[in-house]
Unconditional design. Sequence first.
Length: 370
Amino acid sequence: MNAWKFLVAAQLLLAGLAQGAHAQLLIGQTVGVTGSAAVTVKESMRGAQLYFDAVNARGGINGQKVEVLTLDDKFDPKLTLENARTLVKDKNVLALFMTRGTPHTVGILPVLEEGGVPLVGPSTGAMVLHQPVRKYVFNVRAPYQREVRKAITHLATLGVTRIGVVHVDDTFGADALAGALAGFQENKLEALFIEKFDRAKPDFSATAPRAAAANPQAVLVIGTGSAVVDGIKALRAAGVTGQLLTLSNNASGGFVKALGEHSRGVVVTQVFPSERAVTYPLVREATTLAQDAKTALTPAMVEGFTNAKVLVEALRRAGPSPTRARLLEALESFKKFDLGGLSLSYTPDDHSGLEFTDLSIIGPDGFFRR
């Protein structure tokens, strides 16, 4: 049985599949399999699947196989909440895994708390999930604000001072913007301009010309998937010739493909080692499994693979009859756990995860270069 089931139909279909399944370790996921984030979502899911399949092929965990039931929330926070309730209350999953989106993940916090359900590896770096500590949220990736500050500092080091920001008008955009403003302050700079766009209906027809008129040396585009693709294309069409940057939530091969001729030279922040950095045992392991599956490793797949390793280790530590409470205790027992060149620790007072951040640039071959 495949370790990863895509359940993207109605709840009735989900119920039928769940009743026919034989997985003893049932994990839930609500994520945008369709919608504006779908390209990167699918890549991160493939990365996680590589690891789950490998674990299950070796007999699973304490003789039990891991199965992930995935519901498509179409990158809609309201549907994310509905799906989370279904998975936690109706399907009685042990944990939730790798949600995506800041408002989406923040919106399900009450469901986690009510059910005592850990969420492992949300694909969002929102500071609100780090501070204050959320009892049931176990972050793996570094915060967005750390990424943004690194990008601003890098530009300032190169003498780039005329930097504009275009951000999505939601909690994710506000969080990353706060990081950008901190980066400007640290480098004694001010934003050349700050523009925002609607998450549900992004429109750059007025924003892009205003940005071009300001003659920026660089523009940081904060958003997700297709919206950022549209934004970058609109900025270029309006005459912006400066450096364009975006965040790690867009670090996927599908994002590069969607950008097409506009991808070359775009800087993308990263929160995991390069997919070609085989000096990291983590990347070397993922590369081997990807080659066996006849697929090329991408940054998004590395994130999914890493998140899966964290979840599997927690399930191992939870013992042969894991419960939600035991899984929570297992996660908080991580003390410098070696993921393969990256060390991860949790305590009851710190669920922040890794601190790794880096910068990449999309080369003419479409690969992320460090």
